[in-house]
Design a protein. Sequence first.
Length: 278
Amino acid sequence: MLLLLNTIMLEPNRWTEEKHLTRPLTTLLPIIHQAGFLNLEIWQYHLFDCNQRSVEAIKSQLSELGMKAPVLGAYPQLHLEGNAGETELTRLGLLVNSAKLLECSVFKIFAGRIASTDADAAVRRISVERMIRLADWLAVHGITLTLETHGNTLCDTLDSTSRLLDELDSASNIDICFQPYVEDDTDAAIEAFDTLRDRVSHLHLQNRLSDGSVSLLENGTWTDMRRFLPHVKAAGFNGFACLEFTADIIPAEGSTFDLHQVIANAQRDRNFVAQVWG
């Protein structure tokens, strides 16, 4: 298992519509490196407009620091049609090229941006077609496409995820990025993982308190990581495990985002994972 840091946790504007960066990735990389994180999942919005020159500069900086970015994470709207759909496909094509330039081995996406219960037959059909097309583009470069188990996507329930994998059967380079469903307790999370584990090559790790706030992995009540992670290890998992969020990514009211505190919390999570993984 290789532990990664997801750069999304370092941007306080991650959930705004504009995604305006407070710090470019080039200024974050030395800080991340100093904290001892050498492997990253890069959030797509840290790649600016996917300009080849800027991506090559990031790749050069990673190399100089002895770092790698095995995963690129993206959030496409796969259901769009007409000009909007073509624009989205063009954006995806640029991201695929970025993944190639960064020598990524995994390209992680949301399986669309519409909940499975709201996706009619037409939405599901065009989404599946575009996921297969994306997988084909990635296969040319030896990159695996992973679909994140996440709310408001076609992977937002275990049943819909299993159905989607069947619908995508013609593509041989599609796996799952497993994150416990927010409505699942630890037993249900383990059961869902076991159902999908033959296709899970990627984990997203975060935890939350009973009020929904993001916590350190060891303190959260959403998933008991002292049970979940050893179970995943015993199942033979040997892929990427990514620290996606940690405590203090959302500042308390009246406070400002503290990058160094967030990174310190990620270090605590890293140490916790090492302890329970053994």
